[in-house]
Design a protein around this ligand. Structure first.
Ligand code: VGL
Ligand code: ZN
Length: 202
């Protein structure tokens, strides 16, 4: 059984949002189309409290995109984004949510960021996504969404580690930094994951 993971397709990551990923609006039609090929479709939702420590605004004298140490982990400081209950945290209105059978929220602990749909960045707590998929007899995961070089990449790494055959759907993702995504792809391939086009998904 294969599953489609729709990662963080939320207004703040789409042009017009506070942490807009270039071209993010172009993936939505592809994600809607892709869903027809899957029996299991789940979504993740970045869901931060206002006081989340990944926000530059919550550290005096720090700038957006600066890196600092946060509880022992390197942390990129982001503009405020995906604040719980805000319109920026909502899924794009263009995204078909009818087939999405479960939503996994992440980034709720203000002390640690959470890029992967499976675990926080310190691998301290699980979202239960792996158990959920395994309970559905899923063995292959296809990953689409935002951002290719952060949440998609970290989700793919954890999916491989959890033993899933792992595919990033290249035309259904967009990166904050395209160079970062080039490195991410190499890493995923070196770990046994695959990069595919949506047209090749059976
Ligand atoms: C993401 C940065 C901060 C993502 C989430 O969805 O890729 N990136 N929070
Ligand atoms: Zn975030």
């Amino acid at each position: 059984m294969k599953a489609l993971l729709l990662i963080d397709i939320q207004n703040d990551f789409i042009p017009g949002g506070s942490l807009a990923v270039p071209g993010a609006d172009e993936i939505i039609a592809i994600c809607n189309e892709l869903q027809q090929k899957f029996e299991v479709v789940v979504a993740t939702q970045d869901w931060h409290p206002k006081n989340h420590k990944s926000f530059a605004a919550n550290h005096t004298g720090k700038n957006v995109f600066e890196v600092m140490d946060l509880n022992g982990l390197p942390q990129v400081l982001w503009p405020n984004h995906c604040i719980q209950g805000s319109s920026g945290a909502e899924f794009s209105k263009e995204l078909n949510m009818n087939k999405v059978e479960a939503i996994f929220r992440k980034g709720t602990d203000p002390e640690i960021d959470s890029y992967s749909g499976f675990y926080d960045n310190g691998h301290r707590k699980t979202t239960a996504l792996a158990d959920y998929l395994k309970g559905k007899k899923v063995t292959e995961v296809y990953i689409a969404g935002l951002a290719a070089d952060y949440c998609v990449y970290y989700t793919a790494k954890d999916a491989i580690q959890e033993g899933f055959s792992t595919y990033i759907v290249e035309d259904a993702v967009r990166a904050i930094d395209p160079e970062g995504f080039e490195k991410a792809k190499e890493d995923i391939i070196s770990k046994g994951g695959k990069i595919v086009n949506s047209s090749a998904v059976g």
